[in-house]
Design a protein around this ligand. Structure first.
Ligand code: FMN
Length: 447
C-alpha cells in the first residue's frame, strides 16, 4: 500500500533524522490529512517508521481494493461470510528475533505535551479467550514503562479486557501478541464491533478474499498474521493496576482514566526489513477513520436486520469517528427513523447523536447532512432527546456515567411543503452538454 501511495504522490518520504520524542508526532500531525509518511531514520532505533496510512475513505477503499462506495458492503459481507485463517510454518514476520529488552529497539513516539510517556499507538492486540479458546483482535494503547513493561489501556467492556480478567480470575496472566504493520484489511477488520467470541481475523479473510496466513507465536499458541512487520509477544496482568496519567482521546482532548493494567514482554519477531507503524492518536484522520468505517459497517449490520430499507450508514469525522452517526433510509415509513436511532444507541454505547437522512443525501457529506437538517426537519416534531442513557467513559459530557442522547429525523415527511427537498438544478441534458465542453477545454489546456 505504501508503494501504491508513492505512485499516487501521496507518500512523503523523510530521510532527515527524526526524534521520536514529539517530532515524529508533529510530523504526522502536520500531514495527517494530506500525506502518508515514511520516516527512514529515527533517533535511537534502526527501524524506519510509517504513519497516516488509512487516513481517509479513499485510502480505505484502496486498502480493500474496492470503489469508495463499496467499502460498507464489503465490510458487511465480511461479517456475514467470514473466512477462517490458515496456519503456515515459514513466516516473514519471524525472520529476526529479539529476546532482550525488546521495546528498547523500537522508535516509540511520545506524542503530546501532557502525556506521561511514549506510546505504541498502532498495536493490534491478538489474544484468545482463556475459557473458550476463541480468538480476538482489537486495538489498544501501550504506554511504555521499561524495555519489557508497558501499561495497556483497555476499556473495561472491550473483549480483550474481559479475556484478561477471566485469566486473572484463574490466577494467570493472559498471553497476547502486539501486531504492527499487518495488511490494512486486517487492521480494519480488528476494529469491527462483533459479538464476544466472533474472531475479527475471519472477517479479515473475507476482506482479503482468501484466508489470512497466520503463524504460531514463538512463546505461546497465539496465532498472528505471518506477513506483518513486527510482532511483540507478552502477557496482560489484569490484576496489576498501573496509574496512567493524562492520555489523549479520539475527540482530541486529554482524559484521565486512572489506572490501566500491566503488560510484560519477553520476545519480539520482525521481518528482515521491518518498519514500525504509528497511528497519530487524538483528533487525527487515521485515528478517526480507522474506527469510524468499521463502526459504521457494524451498525449497518445491526440496522439491516430490522430496517430492510436502510442504506449507507456513516460515522462522521464531526463526531471524531465515534459519536455521531448518520443513517440513510430509503423512503422511511412512519416511526422507522426513531427505531433506527434506538438501534444505534443500543448497539454501540459510544454513539451519542443519530441523524436520519433520505436516500438522496450522502451520509458521509456533513454539509449535505446539515442542509437536510435545516430544510427537512421541524425541531418540535423531528428531534428526539433521551436523557439518562449510559455514557462511554470517553464521553466529554459524561456525568455520573450517564449522558443525554439526541436524534434528528432529517427526512422528508408526507404532507410537508416540497420546498424542503425539491432541488433547483439545471436540466440533466444541459449538464451533459457542459461536461463535454469542460472536458474539451481541459484537454486543450485552457486552465
Ligand atoms: C487506532 C485505534 C486505537 C484504539 N485505542 C484504544 C485504546 O487505547 N483502548 C481501548 O479500549 N480501545 C481502543 N480502540 C478501540 C478498540 O480497538 C475497538 O473498540 C475494538 O473494536 C474493541 O474490540 P472488541 O470488539 O474486540 O472489544 C482503538 C481503536 C483504534 C482504531
Amino acid at each position: 500500500m505504501l508503494e501504491a501511495l508513492h505512485r499516487e504522490g501521496e507518500l512523503l518520504v523523510i530521510d532527515t533524522e527524526i526524534d521520536p520524542l514529539y517530532d515524529l508526532s508533529a510530523l504526522l500531525s502536520l500531514t495527517h490529512e494530506s500525506f502518508a509518511v515514511r520516516a527512514n531514520r529515527l533517533k535511537g532505533s534502526k527501524f524506519p517508521a510509517f504513519g497516516n496510512l488509512l487516513s481517509s475513505l479513499d485510502r480505505i477503499a484502496m486498502a480493500l481494493s474496492v470503489p469508495r462506495t463499496s467499502i460498507q458492503s464489503r465490510l458487511l459481507d465480511s461479517v456475514q461470510n467470514p473466512i477462517p485463517p490458515v496456519i503456515v510454518r515459514n513466516a516473514p514476520v519471524q525472520e529476526c528475533l529479539f529476546e532482550e529488552g525488546v521495546l528498547a529497539h523500537l522508535p516509540i513516539p511520545t506524542f503530546f505535551d501532557k502525556e506521561t510517556g511514549p506510546y505504541i499507538s498502532a498495536g493490534m492486540m491478538i489474544a484468545r479467550d482463556p475459557e473458550t479458546g476463541l480468538g480476538n483482535a482489537s486495538y489498544a494503547r501501550l504506554k511504555i514503562l521499561s524495555p519489557t513493561e508497558a501499561l495497556i489501556g483497555i476499556a473495561p467492556n472491550h473483549h480483550l479486557a474481559i479475556m484478561a480478567r477471566k485469566a486473572a480470575d484463574k490466577g494467570e496472566p493472559l498471553p497476547f501478541a502486539v501486531v504492527l504493520g499487518a495488511h490494512p484489511a486486517i487492521q480494519l477488520a480488528a476494529c469491527l464491533y462483533l459479538g464476544l467470541g466472533d474472531d475479527e481475523i475471519h472477517c479479515a479473510g473475507a476482506l482479503l478474499g482468501e484466508p489470512v496466513r497466520m503463524v504460531r507465536c514463538l512463546k505461546s499458541d497465539i496465532l498472528v498474521p505471518a506477513e506483518a512487520e513486527i510482532v511483540i509477544e507478552g502477557h496482560i496482568h489484569a490484576d496489576t493496576p498501573v496509574v496512567e496519567g493524562l492520555v489523549s482521546e479520539y475527540h482530541g482532548m486529554y482524559e484521565d482514566y486512572g489506572s490501566g493494567v500491566l503488560a510484560t514482554f519477553d520476545s519480539m519477531s520482525t521481518r528482515g526489513d521491518a518498519m514500525f507503524q504509528v497511528i497519530e492518536p487524538g483528533y487525527h484522520a487515521e485515528h478517526i477513520y480507522l474506527a469510524a468505517v468499521p463502526i459504521a459497517a457494524s451498525l449497518k449490520a445491526q440496522l439491516s436486520r430490522f430496517i430492510l430499507n436502510v442504506g449507507e450508514v456513516a460515522v462522521t469525522a464531526s463526531g471524531s469517528g465515534r459519536t455521531n452517526v448518520v443513517v440513510q433510509i430509503n423512503k422511511p415509513r412512519p416511526g422507522q427513523a426513531r427505531r433506527a436511532m434506538a438501534i444505534c444507541w443500543g448497539a454501540v454505547s459510544i454513539v451519542k447523536t443519530v441523524t436520519i437522512v433520505d436516500a438522496d443525501i450522502d451520509p458521509w457529506d456533513i454539509n449535505a447532512v446539515e442542509l437536510a437538517k435545516s430544510t427537512r426537519m421541524r425541531v418540535e416534531r423531528d428531534v428526539l432527546i433521551i436523557p439518562g442513557l449510559p455514557a462511554d467513559r470517553s464521553e466529554p459530557q459524561e456525568d455520573g456515567s450517564m449522558v443525554t442522547k439526541i436524534g434528528y429525523d432529517a427526512t422528508c415527511k408526507p404532507g410537508d411543503r416540497k420546498e424542503g427537498y425539491d432541488k433547483a438544478v439545471p436540466p440533466q441534458s444541459a449538464y451533459d452538454r457542459m461536461r463535454l465542453v469542460i472536458a474539451a477545454a481541459t484537454a486543450e489546456g485552457n486552465i
